[in-house]
Design a binder for this molecule. Structure first.
Ligand code: NAD
Ligand code: ZN
Length: 345
Protein backbone atom coordinates (compact mmCIF):
# COMPACT_ATOMS: atom_id res chain seq x y z
CA UNK A 1 0.00 0.00 0.00
CA UNK A 2 2.98 2.34 -0.49
CA UNK A 3 3.60 4.94 -3.16
CA UNK A 4 6.82 6.65 -4.17
CA UNK A 5 6.14 10.30 -4.91
CA UNK A 6 8.38 12.83 -6.64
CA UNK A 7 7.83 15.97 -4.58
CA UNK A 8 7.54 19.05 -6.82
CA UNK A 9 6.87 21.77 -4.24
CA UNK A 10 6.53 21.80 -0.48
CA UNK A 11 5.69 24.58 1.97
CA UNK A 12 6.75 25.24 5.53
CA UNK A 13 4.04 25.06 8.22
CA UNK A 14 4.34 25.86 11.94
CA UNK A 15 4.04 22.18 12.85
CA UNK A 16 7.36 21.45 11.12
CA UNK A 17 9.02 24.19 13.15
CA UNK A 18 7.38 22.95 16.36
CA UNK A 19 8.72 19.41 15.90
CA UNK A 20 12.09 20.65 14.65
CA UNK A 21 12.48 22.58 17.92
CA UNK A 22 11.55 19.28 19.68
CA UNK A 23 10.30 20.99 22.84
CA UNK A 24 8.41 18.59 25.04
CA UNK A 25 7.83 15.80 22.51
CA UNK A 26 9.70 12.58 21.94
CA UNK A 27 12.51 13.57 19.59
CA UNK A 28 12.88 11.15 16.68
CA UNK A 29 16.28 11.71 15.03
CA UNK A 30 17.39 11.95 12.31
CA UNK A 31 14.13 12.61 10.55
CA UNK A 32 12.91 14.31 7.37
CA UNK A 33 10.28 16.98 8.07
CA UNK A 34 7.74 18.48 5.69
CA UNK A 35 4.02 17.76 5.28
CA UNK A 36 2.51 20.50 3.09
CA UNK A 37 3.31 19.57 -0.48
CA UNK A 38 2.31 18.47 -3.96
CA UNK A 39 3.95 15.83 -6.12
CA UNK A 40 3.70 13.25 -8.88
CA UNK A 41 3.42 9.48 -8.37
CA UNK A 42 6.66 7.82 -9.54
CA UNK A 43 5.83 4.18 -8.77
CA UNK A 44 3.32 2.18 -6.71
CA UNK A 45 3.73 -0.84 -4.45
CA UNK A 46 1.69 -4.00 -4.03
CA UNK A 47 -1.96 -3.44 -3.18
CA UNK A 48 -2.19 0.06 -4.63
CA UNK A 49 -5.05 0.24 -7.15
CA UNK A 50 -6.23 3.84 -6.91
CA UNK A 51 -3.02 5.53 -8.03
CA UNK A 52 -0.68 5.04 -10.98
CA UNK A 53 2.61 6.62 -12.09
CA UNK A 54 2.01 10.16 -13.35
CA UNK A 55 -0.95 10.96 -11.06
CA UNK A 56 -0.77 14.31 -9.25
CA UNK A 57 -1.21 14.06 -5.48
CA UNK A 58 -1.28 16.04 -2.25
CA UNK A 59 0.30 14.18 0.70
CA UNK A 60 -1.68 14.58 3.93
CA UNK A 61 -0.42 14.12 7.53
CA UNK A 62 -3.60 12.29 8.47
CA UNK A 63 -5.02 9.57 6.27
CA UNK A 64 -8.21 7.90 5.12
CA UNK A 65 -8.14 4.09 4.89
CA UNK A 66 -11.79 4.05 3.65
CA UNK A 67 -12.50 0.91 5.69
CA UNK A 68 -12.58 1.74 9.40
CA UNK A 69 -15.61 2.98 11.37
CA UNK A 70 -14.44 6.58 11.11
CA UNK A 71 -13.86 6.43 7.38
CA UNK A 72 -17.29 4.82 6.90
CA UNK A 73 -18.99 7.48 9.04
CA UNK A 74 -20.07 10.62 7.20
CA UNK A 75 -19.40 12.63 10.33
CA UNK A 76 -15.76 11.76 11.04
CA UNK A 77 -12.33 12.14 9.45
CA UNK A 78 -10.41 10.56 12.36
CA UNK A 79 -9.29 7.37 10.56
CA UNK A 80 -8.36 4.54 12.97
CA UNK A 81 -5.48 3.28 10.84
CA UNK A 82 -3.90 6.47 9.50
CA UNK A 83 -4.77 9.17 12.03
CA UNK A 84 -1.82 11.53 12.63
CA UNK A 85 0.92 9.97 14.74
CA UNK A 86 3.79 12.35 15.46
CA UNK A 87 5.90 9.78 17.32
CA UNK A 88 5.97 7.15 14.56
CA UNK A 89 8.92 7.54 12.22
CA UNK A 90 8.44 4.33 10.22
CA UNK A 91 6.03 2.77 7.69
CA UNK A 92 3.01 0.81 8.98
CA UNK A 93 3.64 -2.27 6.83
CA UNK A 94 6.92 -3.44 8.37
CA UNK A 95 7.81 -0.86 11.01
CA UNK A 96 10.84 0.26 8.97
CA UNK A 97 11.94 3.50 7.37
CA UNK A 98 12.30 3.95 3.59
CA UNK A 99 15.10 6.51 3.96
CA UNK A 100 18.68 5.79 4.93
CA UNK A 101 22.13 7.29 4.98
CA UNK A 102 25.27 5.12 5.12
CA UNK A 103 23.09 2.14 6.03
CA UNK A 104 21.43 3.90 9.01
CA UNK A 105 17.72 4.81 8.92
CA UNK A 106 16.44 8.36 8.58
CA UNK A 107 12.94 8.50 10.07
CA UNK A 108 9.69 9.69 8.51
CA UNK A 109 7.56 12.55 9.83
CA UNK A 110 3.72 12.29 10.07
CA UNK A 111 3.79 9.81 7.19
CA UNK A 112 4.76 12.47 4.63
CA UNK A 113 8.42 13.70 4.88
CA UNK A 114 8.15 16.10 1.96
CA UNK A 115 11.46 18.01 2.42
CA UNK A 116 12.93 15.46 0.05
CA UNK A 117 13.01 15.04 -3.73
CA UNK A 118 11.27 11.65 -3.33
CA UNK A 119 9.22 10.25 -0.48
CA UNK A 120 7.40 6.98 0.21
CA UNK A 121 3.86 7.51 1.50
CA UNK A 122 0.93 5.21 2.40
CA UNK A 123 -1.72 5.39 -0.35
CA UNK A 124 -4.28 6.39 2.30
CA UNK A 125 -2.35 9.63 2.92
CA UNK A 126 -2.43 10.77 -0.72
CA UNK A 127 -5.24 12.76 -2.32
CA UNK A 128 -5.36 12.42 -6.11
CA UNK A 129 -5.98 15.84 -7.64
CA UNK A 130 -6.73 17.47 -10.99
CA UNK A 131 -3.47 17.34 -13.02
CA UNK A 132 -4.22 20.82 -14.38
CA UNK A 133 -4.00 22.36 -10.88
CA UNK A 134 -0.80 24.40 -10.36
CA UNK A 135 1.18 22.51 -7.72
CA UNK A 136 2.94 25.64 -6.48
CA UNK A 137 -0.46 26.98 -5.35
CA UNK A 138 -2.53 23.95 -4.31
CA UNK A 139 0.31 22.47 -2.21
CA UNK A 140 -0.81 24.72 0.67
CA UNK A 141 -4.17 22.89 0.73
CA UNK A 142 -2.50 19.81 2.17
CA UNK A 143 -2.54 21.24 5.72
CA UNK A 144 -3.12 24.72 7.18
CA UNK A 145 -5.42 26.30 4.60
CA UNK A 146 -7.81 23.34 4.46
CA UNK A 147 -7.93 23.26 8.27
CA UNK A 148 -9.09 26.86 8.60
CA UNK A 149 -11.33 26.77 5.55
CA UNK A 150 -13.05 23.56 6.65
CA UNK A 151 -13.46 24.82 10.23
CA UNK A 152 -15.70 27.56 8.84
CA UNK A 153 -17.36 25.86 5.86
CA UNK A 154 -17.85 22.36 7.33
CA UNK A 155 -18.22 23.00 11.04
CA UNK A 156 -19.19 26.61 11.89
CA UNK A 157 -21.37 26.84 8.73
CA UNK A 158 -22.18 30.57 8.93
CA UNK A 159 -25.46 31.46 7.21
CA UNK A 160 -25.25 34.12 4.47
CA UNK A 161 -25.21 37.62 5.96
CA UNK A 162 -24.00 36.51 9.39
CA UNK A 163 -21.29 37.96 11.63
CA UNK A 164 -18.20 35.81 12.17
CA UNK A 165 -15.35 36.41 14.66
CA UNK A 166 -11.95 34.88 13.88
CA UNK A 167 -9.51 34.58 16.81
CA UNK A 168 -5.88 34.47 15.62
CA UNK A 169 -4.94 35.81 12.18
CA UNK A 170 -2.16 33.41 11.18
CA UNK A 171 -2.46 31.22 8.08
CA UNK A 172 -5.11 29.04 9.72
CA UNK A 173 -7.23 31.97 10.96
CA UNK A 174 -6.98 33.78 7.61
CA UNK A 175 -8.13 30.57 5.89
CA UNK A 176 -11.08 30.49 8.29
CA UNK A 177 -11.75 34.12 7.24
CA UNK A 178 -11.56 33.06 3.59
CA UNK A 179 -14.22 30.44 4.44
CA UNK A 180 -16.41 33.13 6.01
CA UNK A 181 -16.03 35.28 2.90
CA UNK A 182 -17.00 32.33 0.67
CA UNK A 183 -20.01 31.56 2.89
CA UNK A 184 -21.20 35.15 2.41
CA UNK A 185 -20.68 36.50 5.94
CA UNK A 186 -21.42 40.22 6.03
CA UNK A 187 -19.10 41.07 8.95
CA UNK A 188 -15.81 39.28 9.66
CA UNK A 189 -14.22 40.48 12.89
CA UNK A 190 -10.53 39.61 13.35
CA UNK A 191 -9.21 39.29 16.92
CA UNK A 192 -5.44 39.19 17.47
CA UNK A 193 -2.91 40.43 20.03
CA UNK A 194 -0.50 41.37 17.25
CA UNK A 195 -1.66 44.54 15.42
CA UNK A 196 0.77 43.79 12.56
CA UNK A 197 -1.57 41.00 11.48
CA UNK A 198 -4.40 43.43 10.77
CA UNK A 199 -3.00 44.90 7.52
CA UNK A 200 -2.53 41.49 5.97
CA UNK A 201 -5.97 40.37 7.14
CA UNK A 202 -7.70 43.12 5.12
CA UNK A 203 -6.79 41.16 1.97
CA UNK A 204 -8.77 38.25 3.38
CA UNK A 205 -12.04 40.09 3.76
CA UNK A 206 -11.68 40.80 7.47
CA UNK A 207 -13.80 43.93 7.94
CA UNK A 208 -13.14 44.90 11.58
CA UNK A 209 -10.39 44.33 14.11
CA UNK A 210 -10.22 43.95 17.85
CA UNK A 211 -7.01 43.80 19.84
CA UNK A 212 -7.85 42.45 23.32
CA UNK A 213 -4.92 44.51 24.67
CA UNK A 214 -6.72 47.78 23.73
CA UNK A 215 -9.61 47.09 26.14
CA UNK A 216 -9.99 46.86 29.89
CA UNK A 217 -12.89 44.43 29.74
CA UNK A 218 -12.87 40.84 28.44
CA UNK A 219 -12.88 40.68 24.64
CA UNK A 220 -16.12 38.66 24.64
CA UNK A 221 -17.87 41.68 26.17
CA UNK A 222 -16.33 44.00 23.57
CA UNK A 223 -17.60 41.73 20.78
CA UNK A 224 -21.07 41.45 22.35
CA UNK A 225 -21.33 45.26 22.38
CA UNK A 226 -20.21 45.51 18.76
CA UNK A 227 -22.76 42.95 17.59
CA UNK A 228 -25.93 43.52 19.63
CA UNK A 229 -25.44 40.54 21.94
CA UNK A 230 -22.83 38.34 20.28
CA UNK A 231 -21.50 37.03 16.98
CA UNK A 232 -23.34 34.32 15.03
CA UNK A 233 -20.20 32.19 14.62
CA UNK A 234 -16.66 32.25 15.97
CA UNK A 235 -13.59 30.27 14.96
CA UNK A 236 -10.59 30.07 17.31
CA UNK A 237 -7.19 29.61 15.58
CA UNK A 238 -4.69 30.66 18.27
CA UNK A 239 -3.92 27.70 20.56
CA UNK A 240 -4.44 30.04 23.56
CA UNK A 241 -6.86 28.72 26.19
CA UNK A 242 -8.04 32.26 27.02
CA UNK A 243 -8.89 32.87 23.37
CA UNK A 244 -10.79 29.56 23.30
CA UNK A 245 -12.95 30.60 26.25
CA UNK A 246 -13.53 34.08 24.77
CA UNK A 247 -14.39 32.56 21.39
CA UNK A 248 -17.11 30.46 23.02
CA UNK A 249 -18.51 33.14 25.30
CA UNK A 250 -18.69 35.78 22.52
CA UNK A 251 -21.30 33.90 20.46
CA UNK A 252 -24.95 34.95 20.56
CA UNK A 253 -27.29 32.99 22.80
CA UNK A 254 -29.99 30.99 21.03
CA UNK A 255 -27.96 30.15 17.92
CA UNK A 256 -24.26 31.01 18.27
CA UNK A 257 -21.68 28.35 17.39
CA UNK A 258 -17.97 28.46 18.34
CA UNK A 259 -15.38 26.17 16.72
CA UNK A 260 -11.97 25.45 18.30
CA UNK A 261 -9.06 24.75 15.95
CA UNK A 262 -5.96 25.79 17.92
CA UNK A 263 -3.91 23.11 19.66
CA UNK A 264 -3.85 23.85 23.44
CA UNK A 265 -0.99 23.35 25.89
CA UNK A 266 -0.75 20.04 27.71
CA UNK A 267 -2.15 21.24 31.06
CA UNK A 268 -4.87 23.60 29.80
CA UNK A 269 -8.46 23.26 31.06
CA UNK A 270 -11.51 24.89 29.47
CA UNK A 271 -13.61 26.72 32.09
CA UNK A 272 -16.96 28.39 31.43
CA UNK A 273 -20.29 28.65 33.21
CA UNK A 274 -22.65 25.80 32.16
CA UNK A 275 -25.44 28.39 31.86
CA UNK A 276 -23.83 29.35 28.55
CA UNK A 277 -24.84 25.97 27.16
CA UNK A 278 -28.35 26.20 28.62
CA UNK A 279 -28.61 29.54 26.83
CA UNK A 280 -28.06 27.61 23.60
CA UNK A 281 -24.52 28.53 22.73
CA UNK A 282 -22.77 25.62 20.98
CA UNK A 283 -19.11 24.64 21.29
CA UNK A 284 -17.40 22.42 18.72
CA UNK A 285 -13.87 21.48 17.71
CA UNK A 286 -12.35 20.20 14.51
CA UNK A 287 -9.38 18.28 13.19
CA UNK A 288 -8.17 19.13 9.65
CA UNK A 289 -11.37 21.12 9.09
CA UNK A 290 -13.40 17.88 9.12
CA UNK A 291 -12.16 17.12 5.59
CA UNK A 292 -11.60 13.47 4.66
CA UNK A 293 -8.25 13.74 2.86
CA UNK A 294 -8.84 11.45 -0.13
CA UNK A 295 -12.56 12.04 -0.57
CA UNK A 296 -12.75 15.79 0.02
CA UNK A 297 -9.40 17.43 -0.87
CA UNK A 298 -9.82 16.93 -4.65
CA UNK A 299 -13.01 19.02 -4.37
CA UNK A 300 -11.22 21.77 -2.46
CA UNK A 301 -8.67 21.88 -5.30
CA UNK A 302 -11.63 22.25 -7.71
CA UNK A 303 -12.90 25.21 -5.64
CA UNK A 304 -9.55 26.87 -6.36
CA UNK A 305 -9.76 25.92 -10.07
CA UNK A 306 -13.23 27.52 -10.28
CA UNK A 307 -11.73 30.66 -8.65
CA UNK A 308 -14.07 30.40 -5.65
CA UNK A 309 -11.09 30.13 -3.32
CA UNK A 310 -7.97 32.33 -3.53
CA UNK A 311 -4.61 30.83 -2.60
CA UNK A 312 -2.12 33.32 -4.06
CA UNK A 313 -2.52 35.75 -1.18
CA UNK A 314 -1.28 33.14 1.32
CA UNK A 315 2.01 32.65 -0.52
CA UNK A 316 4.25 35.45 0.71
CA UNK A 317 7.68 33.90 0.00
CA UNK A 318 9.33 31.40 -2.30
CA UNK A 319 12.76 29.69 -2.18
CA UNK A 320 14.61 26.73 -3.72
CA UNK A 321 15.36 23.58 -1.72
CA UNK A 322 18.97 24.62 -1.12
CA UNK A 323 17.64 27.75 0.65
CA UNK A 324 15.11 25.94 2.84
CA UNK A 325 16.61 27.40 6.00
CA UNK A 326 15.49 30.84 4.82
CA UNK A 327 11.89 29.56 4.97
CA UNK A 328 12.47 28.74 8.66
CA UNK A 329 13.88 32.24 9.25
CA UNK A 330 10.86 33.94 7.63
CA UNK A 331 8.47 31.92 9.78
CA UNK A 332 10.43 32.40 13.01
CA UNK A 333 10.51 36.17 12.44
CA UNK A 334 6.74 36.15 11.78
CA UNK A 335 7.28 37.55 8.26
CA UNK A 336 5.69 34.80 6.19
CA UNK A 337 2.23 33.29 5.95
CA UNK A 338 3.45 30.58 3.62
CA UNK A 339 6.89 30.19 2.05
CA UNK A 340 6.87 27.62 -0.73
CA UNK A 341 9.98 25.59 -1.48
CA UNK A 342 10.64 24.44 -5.05
CA UNK A 343 12.42 21.10 -5.10
CA UNK A 344 14.26 21.85 -8.34
CA UNK A 345 15.69 25.11 -7.01
P1 NAD B 1 0.09 31.42 13.97
O1 NAD B 1 1.04 31.39 15.10
O2 NAD B 1 0.57 31.86 12.63
O3 NAD B 1 -1.15 32.33 14.33
C1 NAD B 1 -1.74 32.41 15.61
C2 NAD B 1 -2.18 33.85 15.88
O4 NAD B 1 -2.91 33.88 17.12
C3 NAD B 1 -1.03 34.86 16.01
O5 NAD B 1 -1.22 35.94 15.11
C4 NAD B 1 -1.13 35.32 17.49
O6 NAD B 1 -0.76 36.68 17.65
C5 NAD B 1 -2.59 35.08 17.79
N1 NAD B 1 -2.91 34.91 19.21
C6 NAD B 1 -2.22 34.22 20.15
N2 NAD B 1 -2.85 34.28 21.35
C7 NAD B 1 -3.96 35.05 21.17
C8 NAD B 1 -5.01 35.49 22.03
N3 NAD B 1 -5.05 35.15 23.31
N4 NAD B 1 -5.99 36.26 21.49
C9 NAD B 1 -5.96 36.62 20.18
N5 NAD B 1 -4.98 36.23 19.32
C10 NAD B 1 -3.99 35.46 19.81
O7 NAD B 1 -0.53 29.93 13.90
P2 NAD B 1 -1.30 29.16 12.72
O8 NAD B 1 -0.31 28.42 11.87
O9 NAD B 1 -2.26 30.07 12.05
O10 NAD B 1 -2.08 28.03 13.58
C11 NAD B 1 -3.09 28.42 14.50
C12 NAD B 1 -3.45 27.27 15.44
O11 NAD B 1 -4.07 26.20 14.72
C13 NAD B 1 -2.26 26.63 16.15
O12 NAD B 1 -2.61 26.37 17.50
C14 NAD B 1 -2.07 25.33 15.40
O13 NAD B 1 -1.40 24.35 16.19
C15 NAD B 1 -3.50 24.97 15.12
N6 NAD B 1 -3.75 23.95 14.07
C16 NAD B 1 -4.78 23.08 14.31
C17 NAD B 1 -5.13 22.09 13.37
C18 NAD B 1 -6.31 21.19 13.62
O14 NAD B 1 -6.53 20.29 12.80
N7 NAD B 1 -7.12 21.38 14.67
C19 NAD B 1 -4.37 22.00 12.18
C20 NAD B 1 -3.32 22.94 11.95
C21 NAD B 1 -3.04 23.89 12.90
ZN1 ZN C 1 -9.90 4.73 8.30
Amino acid sequence: MEVRVKIIVTALCHTDVYFWEAKGQTPVFPRIFGHEAAGIVESVGEGVTELKPGDHVLPVFTGECKECRHCKSEESNMCDLLRINTDRGVMLHDGKSRFSINGKPIYHFVGTSTFSEYSVIHVGCLAKINPAAPMDKVCILSCGVSTGLGATLNVAKPPRGSTVAIFGLGAVGLSAAEGARIAGASRIIGVDLNPKRFDEAKKFGVTEFVNPKDHHKPVQEVLAEMTDGGVDRSVECTGSINAMISAFECVHDGWGVAVLVGVPNKDDAFKTHPMNFLNEKTLKGTFFGNYKPRTDLPNVVEMYMRKELELEKFITHEVGLSDINKAFDYMLKGESLRCIIRMDG
